[in-house]
Design a protein around this ligand. Structure first.
Ligand code: NAP
Length: 281
């Protein structure tokens, strides 16, 4: 039976550490501040933003929310970003996606100063990650790496397979794993015989958004299995991309959904805001 990686508990521990860091910063006269831009009325986004706001409150990070109307123009959005880039008291800027279709999300992400890009989406940060330099890294992949570290799951010389190649999860995670000396294979929707590839993996990360995609027969005995997926099953219950009940019997480590990678994502965002306030990048 696998050891269950408790993301909820680990995230709470990290949040307590971060709270102390914020207290130290405040003593030096620095109040870390995150600005969040949300455009239009997306139900799921409102929940995510509320969770981020709660986490900021708990840790002592100032949270400033900009709720823009659905009809916001490109110019208005870019003006706001420019204004936030210039404000000395704002350390992190986050644009909550999705944004309305008439706006160019890439252009908006590119407009955020890379020094305040706590989501790690700016091309400068993406490029720095690719060449192994210090930078802001997308929060979910950072959370996965932190879990591996905290549970002493060796990456050096190991075969790691990432299923999914999105810009926010799969690709940055593959880069982080390469930077930590793993041998990395990235699978996607056009990959043939995924099971043959995952069966050779010491670490399998599922980040594709398909319930129960990773089954017991796809996993090597003793592999570490990280489930990034967040899906709703037929009963409306939150489930990951891994067939947890069966894979758990074969893996050495496994993350549950919920309570696995999810809570780590917000903890890593908080950590990035504090790094931005310390001007570490
Ligand atoms: P995404 O942008 O939709 O990307 C999905 C990736 O999976 C794509 O690269 C796609 O391949 C690949 N894929 C889809 N079907 C596949 C299949 N049958 N076989 C192999 N690969 C397949 O999704 P995302 O934003 O990366 O998110 C992935 C999952 O993680 C979602 O369930 C999402 O809700 C969850 N998520 C969780 C967190 C968290 O905090 N825990 C954060 C972000 C996302 P192609 O590139 O070929 O299309």
């Amino acid at each position: 039976m696998a050891t269950i990686i408790n993301g909820k508990e680990l995230a709470q521990k990290i949040r307590l550490e971060l709270k102390e860091e914020v207290a130290d910063l405040k003593q030096k006269g620095i109040q870390p501040r995150l600005a969040v831009i949300m455009i239009g009325n997306d139900g799921a986004s409102s929940v995510y933003v509320r969770n981020k706001s709660k986490a900021c409150d708990e840790i002592g990070i100032a949270f400033e929310e900009f709720l823009l109307k659905e009809e916001t123009t490109e110019e208005e959005l870019l003006d706001l970003i420019e204004n936030l880039n210039e404000r000395q008291d704002v350390h992190g800027i986050l644009l909550q996606s999705p944004i309305p279709k008439h706006l160019d999300i890439r252009e908006a992400f590119n407009a955020i100063s890379y020094k305040k890009d706590v989501d790690g989406f700016h091309p400068i940060n993406v490029g720095k990650l690719a060449i192994g330099e210090e930078c802001f890294v997308s929060c979910t992949p950072s959370g996965v790496m932190r879990m591996l570290e905290e549970y002493n799951i060796e990456t050096q010389g190991k075969n790691a397979v990432v299923i999914g190649r999105s810009n926010i999860v799969g690709r940055p995670l593959a880069q982080l794993l390469i930077n930590s000396n793993a041998t990395v294979t990235v699978c996607h929707s056009k990959t043939q015989n995924i099971a043959e590839i995952t069966k050779k993996a010491d670490i399998v990360v599922a980040a594709l958004g398909k319930p129960k995609f990773v089954t017991e027969d796809m996993v090597k005995e003793g592999a570490a299995v990280i489930d990034v997926g967040i899906n709703r099953n037929e009963e409306g219950k939150l489930v990951g991309d891994v067939d947890f009940e069966n894979v758990e019997k074969k893996a050495s480590y496994i993350t549950p959904v919920p309570g696995g990678v999810g809570p780590m994502t917000i903890a890593m965002l908080m950590s990035n805001v504090i790094r931005a306030a310390k001007k570490e990048n």
